[in-house]
Ligand binder design. Sequence first.
Ligand code: ADP
Length: 609
Amino acid sequence: MVNIDSITSTSSFSNPMLRLLSLYGVSNIRSFLVGFLANLFARLSDLVPPFLLGVAIDSIILQDKPFSIPFLSNSTLPQYPISQFWLVVFLIVSSFVLSAILHWFRNWGWNSFSQNIQHAIRVDTYAHLQNLNMGFFDRKHKGELMSILSNDVNRLEIFLNDGLNSIFRLAAMVLGIAILLFYMNPALAVVSLFTIPIIAFFTHNFTKSIQPKYAHVRDSVGKLHSRLNQNLNAIQLIKLYNTESYESSRVEKTSLDYYNANWDSITTRIKFFPSLQVISGIGFTMTFLVGGFWVISGDILWISPRPLHAGEFVTFMLLHQQLVWPMTQFGQVINIYQRARASTVRIFGLIDETNLLPEKPNASELVVDSGKIIYQNVSFGYSRDKVLSDISFKVGKGESLAIVGHSGSGKSTLLRLLLRLYDIDHGSITIDGNDVRDLSLKSLRDQIGYVGQDIFLFHGTVRENIQYGSFTATEEEIIQSSKAAESHDFIMNLPSGYDTIVGERGIKLSGGQRQRIAIARALLKDPPIFIFDESTSDVDTPTESLILDFIKTHNSEKTILSIAHRLSTIQDSTNILVLQEGVIIEYGTSEELLHKKGLYFDLWNSRNI
Ligand code: ADP
């Protein structure tokens, strides 16, 4: 794993691909070198057969040149044509065998390079993502984030494996062949290589026009994922409201945007590839024309330094043919590069997201003692609009504070601030005299058991869901907290008891059962502070009373903050705080507030049973 600090500090790279390779390529340099060197030598060994073919034609078959092979001294070479022929056969077979071995190493090297990098990026990006504050997740679509973590990261495979491999392979081939061509016949080499600058010019133009198009494709695929993700999560709602055709047309529209973005990039791409083929073809024809005249007439225009032999010309043309192919492939490589670049930009967009709740370098570890929570002149708004204004109250160990108010008055927000899911704008929140902003986030959240309205259960067993976050809890402890949360009996009646799979988000359980499992989870954690945010709203009243009785009697040492819809459940709270539009309008015991005949009194009459 790469350190997140080092990730952000290397953002000075203007090219995302260089940044990617410098961050993750360096630690995988071993497999890169195996792939790179094996690739290089494999390509060089691929050049041996056409070269030997020319030698065989000129020196053995036509016998108009002395037999000689580069890197082998003439004195070691056989004298007779048949032995020379066998030597050539042996060298050709050897070069094929060597090439096969080198290709194996090449594939091993590149694949391990690509897989290791993808794995590291996926893990690092996810780790960074889950440290971002809730404000970031409020803004972003989950489907879009999923699309970056899965699609965009996977898309790098094509570049890291095939693309990077091809860049080096093609560069080695073009360079190797160009050197060989110049070595064989410099004048003819100039003719065959004059297309390279023209190809470079076309490639440059293609790169400039395709870059924004690929960025658009990645954006629209993210939006499509987001739409599909939302719809699949809302499938029950869609059925209940008969909105299938409405949703189908929304999906169709998003898919059409993706289609159009893709088509736009495809039309640019498919124009580029054939133009490279035409240019390379012109280069090939020119070489054949000039070389052919040279062989036939022994002279061509102003160049006639020496005669050009037919075998030499065949080798030259075969080698040139090997040059034409990589040149046309170059377009594919640029294309792969540009697509990966668009994905890399999106991945680094997430990594560079600095929406972190700052944790002080010397953040202290919270160890709750008196359990005293003090809100002092707290104000907060999610964006510009204030949700809470000038909130002050105290609650300590053995006490419980209930928060009451109309929907949207800021009750949940008030409690979320204690967990530091968001930072307050003014005032302070302290626990045992420690400002929550001075504490390590881990220790703060370790000391608070939270059961919210929106219960989340993972797809797994009942036991795994209760044990979530208290992974070392024993079976006995799990059963005890389940009993306290009035869950044990219903769990034992499930088909496999504690081993029953609850389904995605706990779909196989009732709302009340889910809530009781979430309460068991919080009780198992056994923290000094509890927050219950309408956590018993789906539980029937007698069961709710049993749970609350247990919490009160067994947790006399705890600090409890709660929000309840049914006011009968909170009437015994030490104090009740009544919120209206983010402002405290009443504060006191249930009895005091009933006497006051204010909002609490009205709510009591309208909601109580
Ligand atoms: P209550 O719990 O009393 O029903 P909330 O604390 O949930 O109220 O919400 C208070 C106000 O804050 C509401 O106006 C709501 O629209 C707004 N709000 C709640 N959560 C968010 C959020 N994540 N982003 C922006 N606004 C929010």
